[in-house]
Design a protein around this ligand. Structure first.
Ligand code: COS
Length: 410
């Protein structure tokens, strides 16, 4: 049975997030965007009311919300201000691999840190020469006794300047391609960690984006997440879980632009009537409305699959791709509806258009999402549940059957 009815708890959460976005985010969003002001005050308040770390299980002090509830919150936060929103939500990206691959001790220590105080964590995957091509990373982790020594540089790290710990991906077997990457939790105050650069961005200017360097940083071996050389899969499993939230934030941006444009079209008079009376404008409004609702349906589907324990790689990429591209189209059309006024900062939609652009870039570009979708359609991996253990089992089974086939044909 398909039923889009939300539970009372989900409706309450959405209302809480909406009211927070309206009162605490929209009131400062345009001002913080101007100078790229760090929104610590908003982060503190969001943490206080329980809008951060939403997927951290209750055992580690979080609310352990389902993925659909997370998406309801992220849409409202994206509607309020996706710049501040990205900083509010980045803990989810850093903590997902800890939840999936951390030992009990690691989970208690690092997830607990986020739920005990309004602290931040960052996900360090991207490097100057390894963006879409994760396997091309150069950061190295070398085992020395009961420690790993990490050296390298990570860029475009959300909240990097303010994080207390990082999830860092590094090569532990440099000749093994994607099968030679491992993941670690690294304390930000470890000797050898340097925050190099805060980026001056086109949009989402209130979020912090930094370059982090690791110069022979010693990390205890127990801080490794999942098994050695299983970091690539951990990153992919993480992105399957976080892309629905990114898609939801894109829906929020698009919805904000659509609402502004629809309202403005009823007020602005040209040729003697409100421009909403002109079919050229009506068609734009109709397409905006359709894109917002279609993107939300894909987003909810990608989250509900996870909540049902099913693998969502295909739909997660479809949702992220469609919602991000729709946000770009809808915000661009909103500027068009405003005409010349849309292009100036006194009106709200030019910020939304700048903010929307990053949705097509971070957590996998729209082109990477298409690659994932095409692969899932043309060469589907074995369907199963979404746990890392099940993924590892399926991969082992596939490798065994490949070697059996090779032996039989030799
Ligand atoms: N869940 C679990 N395992 C997965 C997976 C997923 N969603 N996707 C791929 N894998 C596994 C595959 O099963 C394969 O396993 P084996 O080693 O056992 O064969 C392995 O990972 C490699 O998969 P694949 O061959 O599909 O990888 P490709 O190199 O072809 O593609 C892309 C990888 C390009 C899709 C990947 O590098 C990617 O997503 N890049 C974008 C990264 C990104 O989003 N960066 C933004 C930074 S975060 S802000």
């Amino acid at each position: 049975m398909v039923d889009f009815t939300l539970t009372d708890e989900q409706k309450d959460l959405r209302e809480l997030a909406h009211s927070f976005a309206e009162k605490e985010m929209r009131t400062v969003a345009w001002e913080y965007d101007k100078d790229g002001t760090w929104p610590q005050d908003v982060i503190d308040k969001a943490w206080e009311v329980g809008l951060m770390n939403t997927h951290v299980p209750e055992a580690y002090g979080g609310p352990g919300l389902d993925y659909l509830s997370g998406c309801l919150i992220e849409e409202e936060i994206g509607w309020g201000c996706s710049g501040i929103g990205t900083s509010l939500m980045a803990n989810g990206l850093a903590s997902a691999p800890v939840g999936l691959g951390g030992s009990e001790e690691t989970k208690k220590k690092y997830l607990g840190m986020l739920t005990e105080a309004p602290k931040l964590a960052s996900f360090c995957l991207t490097e100057p020469d390894a963006g879409s091509d994760v396997s091309g990373m150069k950061t190295r982790a070398v085992k020395k006794g009961d420690k790993f020594v990490i050296s390298g540089s990570k860029c475009f790290i959300t909240n990097g300047s303010y994080a207390d710990w990082f999830t860092v991906y590094a090569k532990t077997d440099p000749d093994a391609g994607h099968r030679g990457i491992s993941a670690f939790v690294v304390d930000a105050d470890s000797p050898g960690v340097t925050v190099d650069k805060k980026e001056d961005k086109m949009g989402q200017r209130a979020s912090n984006t930094a370059t982090i360097s690791f110069d022979e940083v010693e990390v205890p071996a127990e801080n490794m997440l999942a098994e050695e050389n299983h970091g690539f899969k951990l990153a992919m499993l993480t992105l399957d879980r976080t892309r629905p939230g990114v898609a939801a934030m894109a829906v929020g941006i698009a919805r904000a632009a659509f609402e502004y444009a629809a309202e403005y079209s009823k007020e602005r008079v040209q040729f003697g009537v409100p421009i909403a009376m002109h079919q050229a404008i009506q068609f734009m409004i109709a397409d905006m409305s359709t894109k917002v609702d279609a993107a939300r349906l894909l987003t909810w589907n990608s989250a509900v699959l996870l909540d049902q324990g099913k693998r969502n790689t295909l739909v997660s990429s479809q949702a992220k791709r469609f919602a991000a591209d729709s946000a770009m189209e809808v915000t661009t059309d909103a500027v068009q509806v405003y005409g010349g006024y849309g292009f100036i900062k006194e009106y709200p939609v030019e910020k939304l258009m700048r903010d929307a652009k990053i949705m097509q870039l971070y957590e996998g570009t729209s082109q990477i999402q298409r690659l994932v979708i095409a692969k899932e359609v043309l060469l589907p991996r074995q369907a199963g549940d979404a746990t890392p253990e099940a993924e590892a089992k399926a991969a082992d089974a596939a490798r065994d059957s490949q070697s059996e086939t090779a032996a039989a044909t030799a």
